[in-house]
Design a protein. Structure first.
Length: 310
């Protein structure tokens, strides 16, 4: 089976469990997707493409990658940098607020480690998943090298998968982000945008308008996530609307879209039709938001996915 690689940043997550107590974990949008893909489809080879440090937390992070069954051949260790960190706080509806410390993280330097030898290890049929956050956290020189890498991988037959995942604070302006996202969409084979990401940058208000926005790009598959309301997909121009049953008890919405991405892509790689892949992915997202933190305990996740038919 072909391989999936997830390009981006994994961070140290801190979450309050009591007023004066913090729980530490590891999370990041592309990492979360990789974990939930691998948990749902163990036969798929999924790995991270990132940079961490050589400090104690980095070593624990690397051990966590391996424990989750992820391929670590493209996990590079910077001699001087360490991972970024964020604090997550949630309100009584499960909506989250983040405080970040990531300006000098090792992941910002990941493109420094990419060599022709690294690129040669990708083969036709592999997939590379990246997000708006993957682009945003890079230094400016790293972004230029990223475009060259993506172009080269595309010519090698690697499938490129993009989720805009817009975070305004990571960009110097909305225009800078919009320009980068347009460039990413021009290269991508599959896109998984959320309506709210496109609303912020392109004034797109509906899933139908999002499908129309994506039409000029050479995208084989488009998945428009519209929160708990619905999912609209386009497969080589064939549009489908998929109804989603919202979760009533929301604890923490962190990682909902990430879980959806990982399980959807895994299901499609496993031969599932789009409608089945959407429902499995929605079940994953609905399960994750009923637990605190980005990466929930293994057993409740696997139990929920088993009941969904995996």
């Amino acid at each position: 089976m072909d391989k999936f690689y997830f390009l981006g940043e994994c961070m140290v997550e801190l979450r309050a469990t009591e007023p004066s107590t913090m729980k530490q974990a590891f999370a990041g949008d592309v990492y979360n997707s990789a974990v939930y893909m691998k948990r749902s489809f163990p036969a798929i080879e999924a790995g991270m493409l990132t940079a961490i440090g050589k400090d104690g937390l980095s070593e624990k992070m690397l051990a966590e990658f391996k424990q989750e069954g992820l391929d670590c051949r493209f996990v590079f260790q910077h001699q001087e940098k360490s991972p970024g960190l964020y604090l997550i706080e949630t309100d009584n509806t499960g909506e989250r607020h983040f405080t970040y410390w990531r300006n000098d993280s090792a992941a910002r330097k990941v493109m420094d480690f990419i060599s022709p030898e690294t690129t040669s290890l990708f083969t036709a049929g592999d997939s590379l998943f990246f997000s708006g956050i993957s682009i945003a956290v890079l230094e400016e020189s790293g972004r230029e090298r990223l475009w060259k890498l993506l172009s080269e991988l595309k010519t090698r037959g690697v499938k490129l998968i993009f989720d805009p995942n817009y975070r305004a604070r990571l960009w110097s302006s909305p225009q800078q982000a919009a320009s980068a996202f347009m460039r990413a969409l021009e290269l991508a084979d599959i896109a998984l945008p959320g309506v709210e990401d496109l609303t912020a940058l392109f004034d797109i208000q509906t899933a139908e308008a999002a499908i129309a926005f994506c039409r000029p790009f050479n995208l084989a598959e488009v998945v428009i996530k519209n929160g708990p309301h619905s999912v609209v997909t386009s497969d080589n121009g064939q549009i489908e609307h998929h109804q989603i049953t919202p979760v009533k008890e929301v604890v923490d919405t962190t990682s909902a879209g990430d879980a959806f991405n990982g399980v959807y892509l895994g299901a499609r790689a496993n031969g599932a039709p789009i409608s089945d892949a959407v429902q499995l992915a929605a079940r994953a997202a609905g399960t994750v938001i009923q637990h605190p933190g980005a990466i929930i305990p293994l057993e409740p996740f696997k139990s929920a996915m088993k009941s969904a038919g995996l």
